[in-house]
Structures are given as C-alpha cells and as structure tokens.
Design a protein around this ligand. Structure first.
Ligand code: AMP
Ligand code: ZN
Length: 420
C-alpha cells in the first residue's frame, strides 16, 4: 500500500508523457484527475494516508520536475487539490526529489502521518501564516538548492537537507495570526511562557517536536541518538532564525562571512566554508543554512508579481485583523496593521528596497544562478511603484474634485446671500 516509489515512478512517467503536449493524453489525464478530485471533494478533502498515495499516483502534474520550477504557482495547486492537501503533497514530492524518503532515513508511512498532522496544526483561518506558507517556504528552500551549487558550498549531507526541509514545513505551525509584538504588548500566554523572546518561533518549535516525539508521527525514529541530537540542534537554530528581529544582525554577519569564505583563483570565485575544527565547521554551515531559511521565509517577495501580490494581500489582511484587535484592546497599533491608515504600495516599495534587495544581494553574490530572485524583486518594486503613482494620481484627482466642489458650494452660498 505504501510503495510510493512505484507510485511516484508511475506519476513521473505520465508527467513526462504529458510534457510531450499530447492533447489527447492531456484530456484523458484531466478527466481522470477531475474524477479523482471530485471524489476527494465528496470526502470533504479529508486526506488520509491511503488517498495521499492515490492522489500522487493519479496526478500527472505532481512531478518534481514541474513543481521545482521557478514559475510554479502554489495558489493554482491549492485550487486544484484543496488547501489542506498542499503541504502533504509538497512535502512528499520535495523530500523525495532530494532522495530523503527511504527506509534508512525516513519510513514513508510515518512521513504521511507526520505531514498530515503538520498540515492540520496550521490554521486555515490564519490568512497568511497557514500551511500554504509552510509549503511555500519549503518550495523556495528546494528551489535554492535545485538551482545553485548550495549543496556543494554548504557541504550538506542528507541530515542537513532533511533538517532544513522539515524546518521549512513546520516553521510556523499553530500561528495564531498575531505577531510577536502583539504577544508581548498583550502579555499573552505565549509571552509569559517564552519571556518575550521569539515567542512564536519557540512555540512553533515546541509544537513541531511534540509531533515528532509521538510514535505515529516520528519520522526521525531511524536516526541514531547522535543524529537525532544533531538534527534537533539544527532545526532549533533554523526556526529561531526566522524571527525577523535578527534580520539586520544576520545580514551584516553573513555579508562579512561571505568575504571571508571567498577565494579567488584563476579568475574564478569559490566559497570555502568548511575549514577549522568540527565546531567551526558546524557553526559556519549552520549560519548559511539559517540564512537560506530566512531568505526563503521572505521568498514570496522575490516571486513573479502576480504571485507575490497575492501573498502581500493575505499578509495585509492578517495584519489588519490584528490591528482591529489592538484597537479594541486599546493596545498600540503595530506597523502596517491599521486598515484605515496603511499605504500598501508605499510600504511594499519600502520593504522590498529596505529588506529584500539588500539581503538577497548576498544570496546572489554566492549563488549567481539565483539572480532571478533579485530580478523579480526589482520588477515587483516597479509594479508597486506604478500602483502608488496611480494611487497618488487618484488621490490628487479626488483632492482636486473636492476643492472644486467646495468652491462651487461657496459660490452657490454667496449667490443665495445675494438673493437674500
Ligand atoms: P514569518 O512570520 O516567519 O513568516 O517571517 C516573515 C515576516 O516578514 C512576516 O511575518 C512579515 O512580518 C515580514 N514580511 C514578509 N514579507 C513582507 C512584506 N511584503 N511586507 C511587509 N512585511 C513582510
Ligand atoms: Zn514564515
């Protein structure tokens, strides 16, 4: 039943055929797929281990080749398979594409239970920080590795890749849609439990490891005690690194490290991280992995505008719901959280210029094949700028209309005075 290798091979085969653009085959596959999705729909998209296997083997478009494209649109997948199914599907495909699903590293039956459990622990009612975001950051991590020589530069072994992919999947589980700032200002239970320090990130980690501790979802059961300790240390470091408060100091550090790692020889730039003792090697690799997960967490800003704009819309809606709560509780309204007073295009131009371009610059200097990230971000700046100009123009026209109306009212009242 759980022989995914066979199932995945089957799906790869049909995906390749599909790539040949055979219309007849496409139609046949579409009908098959539609029927399957209809069936899933009837069951209320209740994904179970059995139908995850079935879904993967029936869906020709779930091949790593198609999913690991820069143009991949996660919202399209969501429309096709339903919100809760995206993370288990992506998890299976991405882990498999890095050869991490096998009986030595990770047994498949535990993996499916784990993925479904993680997907269920995200809240679909949290508009941005939900399981789609968990899937998206993982997709971006895999894009980075797939499109660059990061594996070579970071000297990653299976356990390192496993750590960063599983961290990506679970890095925001249980997110309530209320930021750390809100937790601290409202003296919430999370703020008390974690003493105001990276409350959400600590909470996500705790939930993730409680899931991993359960027998039925323990995907790490095959690891030796030593390897388990190692992967836990790595995941704790990676998920804590997603707290935006560390952004500035981390980018400064990585920038200076890049200079230190850089070696120029024969006109070629190479990066040599792993020198020194074991501890230094571990720390340097971890620094880079932490940086990669943080960049992937901000990665939607470097996707095509159509996709990025959807994420921004969801983020703003989530922020504004928080702002409503802050208002009703008499708390200070956090940045970008006031629905009546947020200049969305302006804030985006600022965020992309201030946070994205400067931090993805380091990524591209190490991995030039990832230049598409900066190019998309630059294009997104232009698009938001256009929207801001339109907004300003609209504001200007509205202002002019208002002035004109006021003038007309004054003239009218003067005329009335004269008649009197
Ligand atoms: P995380 O909460 O772990 O997903 O960390 C990423 C954080 O970066 C988000 O919570 C936002 O606060 C911030 N962020 C990402 N993209 C944007 C954006 N386009 N505009 C404003 N803030 C953003
Ligand atoms: Zn995140």
């Amino acid at each position: 039943k759980y022989n995914t290798e066979i199932n995945l091979k089957k799906s790869k085969k049909s995906a390749n055929k599909n790539l040949l653009n055979d219309d007849k085959l496409n139609t046949a596959n579409n009908i098959k797929e539609m029927k399957y999705i209809e069936k899933l729909n009837k069951s209320g998209y209740n994904l179970s281990i059995n139908n995850l296997d079935l879904l993967l083997s029936n869906e020709p478009n779930f091949s790593p080749k198609l999913i690991l494209r820069k143009e991949f649109n996660i919202f399209d997948l969501e429309k096709r398979v339903g919100h809760k199914n995206v993370l288990p599907i992506m998890g299976r495909i991405l882990l498999d594409s890095f050869g991490l699903i096998n009986d030595k590293i990770m047994p498949i039956d535990k993996l499916d239970s784990f993925l479904i459990s993680i997907a269920n622990q995200y809240f679909a009612t949290t508009l941005y920080h939900n399981s789609l975001h968990g899937s998206d950051i993982t997709h971006t991590i895999c894009l980075f590795f797939n499109n660059s020589n990061a594996e070579e530069v970071c000297h990653t072994k299976a356990i390192d890749l496993l750590s960063i992919i599983v961290s990506g999947l679970g890095h925001d589980i249980g997110h309530p849609g209320l930021t750390n700032n809100f937790q601290v200002n409202s003296l919430s239970d999370l703020a008390i439990t974690y003493n105001d320090n990276s409350c959400l990130e600590n909470y996500h980690l705790a939930k993730l490891f409680k899931t991993l501790r359960k027998d039925e979802t323990n995907i790490f059961e095959k690891l030796t005690t030593q390897d388990f300790k190692k992967i836990r240390k790595k995941m704790v470091s990676e998920i804590l690194a997603t707290d935006m408060v560390h952004h500035g100091e981390n980018i400064t550090l990585i920038r200076s490290k890049i200079k230190a790692w850089q070696e120029v020889g024969g006109g070629q730039t190479r990066f040599n991280l792993l020198t020194g003792n074991e501890k230094t090697k571990f720390d340097e690799q971890q620094l880079l992995l932490n940086y990669l997960i943080h960049m992937a967490d901000l990665g939607h800003n470097t996707k095509k505008f159509e996709i990025s704009r959807t994420w921004v819309k969801l983020l703003c809606e989530e922020f504004w719901k928080q702002g409503d709560k802050e208002k009703s509780k008499g708390l200070p309204i956090s940045f970008m959280c006031d629905r009546n007073n947020t200049d969305v295009p302006g804030s985006q131009v600022g965020f992309l210029r201030g946070f994205i371009v400067s931090s993805f610059d380091c990524l591209v200097s190490m991995f030039p094949n990832l230049r598409f990230t900066i190019e998309n971000a630059e294009n997104n700046i232009k698009e938001w700028q256009k929207l801001q100009d339109e907004k300003n123009l609209l504001g200007f026209t509205q202002e002019k209309d208002k002035e004109k109306k006021e003038e007309e009212e004054v003239i009218e009242s003067e005329n009335i005075d004269e008649v009197d």
